[in-house]
Design a protein around this ligand. Structure first.
Ligand code: GLP
Length: 263
């Protein structure tokens, strides 16, 4: 795992956006796996900025979102469909038919999940998967105890996730959708590259467990230790519980020096 520690949220978002831009410049029909939540918003803002100022072209890009709540309409203000439209899709030149987000109804979900997996394969697989992390170490909506080989399916959300989402949906956890359709941990692991993003002290324990703890279904993000191309991009606060901060910084500095000699 490569761990990149940046001084601020803005800088970590810029590093992640640059990785995506460089990949898109090399492969115009890039397949992106996308995440929601507050953490990737800065990355999407940076990509929108690159589209507007440099003409970064998304016309051949295909996207697959990690997850969606079950039981709210796609046009609900806090659906992930609305989130993606607001923060990215409406501001770049990506064709609507190239954007895939799990459905928000449980009706026929088993067939939907199979079709979603098949669509990812048909697109050639995900080149770069953007990930945030829950405080309990979940990725997508793969809550602790999710099978590390799981595929796209319906999951019941934990109390901790319901509580984290309650402010969006109403005053109590009873107002929050209880289930979601999410890519599985195995689906995420099939991506060619994963970018795991985290910002702030509230994510420090989850990041330490994911990066330096044992690989366990209790911390689904820890399986990324087995992924050959995961880059963990975090700010100082999210790095504050890691044991090897100095080493990660040294590795990154050395890599930058090597790259500058290549220029
Ligand atoms: C939800 C999403 C995850 C996201 C997590 C953290 O559970 N399903 O994909 O990583 O929230 O969100 P935030 O970035 O807002 O902390």
């Amino acid at each position: 795992m490569e761990v990149i520690i940046q001084p601020t949220y803005k800088k970590l978002a810029a590093v992640a956006a640059k990785i995506i831009r460089d990949a898109l410049l090399k492969k115009t029909n890039l397949v992106l796996g996308l995440a929601t939540g507050s953490t990737p918003i800065g990355v999407y803002e940076a990509l929108v900025g690159m589209h507007k100022t440099e003409g970064l072209d998304f016309s051949e890009v295909t996207t697959f979102n990690l997850d969606e709540y079950v039981g709210i309409p796609p046009n609900h203000p806090y659906s992930y469909h609305t989130f993606m439209e607001t923060h990215l899709f409406s501001a770049i030149n990506i064709p609507a038919e190239n954007c895939h987000i799990p459905q928000s109804t449980a009706v026929g979900h088993a067939e939907f999940c199979e079709r979603y997996e098949a669509a990812i394969l048909d697109a050639g697989g995900i080149d770069i998967q953007v990930l945030g992390i829950g405080k309990d170490g979940h990725i997508g909506f793969n809550e602790p105890s999710s099978s590390l080989g799981s595929r796209t399916r319906i999951k019941t959300l934990t109390r901790s996730t319901l509580e984290a989402n309650a402010p969006h949906f109403g005053s109590t956890i009873d107002d929050v959708p209880k289930m979601a359709i999410t890519m599985g941990v195995g689906t995420i692991m099939d991506a060619k590259q994963c970018l795991l993003l985290a910002s702030g002290e509230s994510k420090a324990v989850a990041i330490a467990n994911a990066v330096e703890g044992p690989i366990t279904a209790e911390v689904p993000a820890s399986v990324l230790q087995m992924h050959p191309q995961t880059v963990v991009i975090i700010d100082e606060a999210a790095a504050s519980e890691l044991k090897r901060v100095d080493y990660y910084k040294q590795v990154y500095a050395n890599k930058q020096e090597l790259l500058s000699k290549d220029d």
